[in-house]
Design a protein around this ligand. Structure first.
Ligand SMILES: [Zn+2]
Ligand SMILES: [Zn+2]
Length: 88
C-alpha cells in the first residue's frame, strides 16, 4: 500500500523536474536576438554582417567599434557593448 504510493510520488516528481528542465532549455533557446532584414524582411539570428537571403549589407547603416568589433549605431559616440568612445 505504501510502496506504490512512494513510487507514484517519485514518478510524478521526476516528471515535474523533467518538465521544468525542458521549459528552461526551451526558454534559453529563444535567447539569441532575432531581427528582420530591413530590405527583404528575412528573419535573422544574432549579429551578422549581411543578409544571407538578399545580401543586403548592414555595415552601411552601422559602424564597427574599433575596440570590440561590434556594430554600433551611426550616430553613436560611445559603444554600447564595451563603452569605448569614438568619432567617425
Ligand atoms: Zn535581406
Ligand atoms: Zn565596442
Amino acid at each position: 500500500m505504501e510502496l506504490w504510493l512512494i513510487i507514484v510520488i517519485v514518478v510524478v516528481f521526476l516528471l515535474l523536474v523533467g518538465i521544468i528542465i525542458w521549459l528552461l532549455k526551451r526558454g534559453s533557446k529563444t535567447q539569441p536576438q532575432e531581427y528582420e532584414c530591413p530590405k527583404c524582411g528575412a528573419l535573422l539570428l544574432g549579429l551578422q554582417d549581411k543578409c544571407p537571403k538578399c545580401g543586403h549589407s548592414f555595415l552601411e547603416e552601422k559602424h564597427i567599434c574599433p575596440h570590440c568589433k561590434k556594430p554600433v549605431a551611426k550616430d553613436a559616440s560611445i559603444c554600447d557593448d564595451c563603452g569605448t568612445e569614438f568619432r567617425f
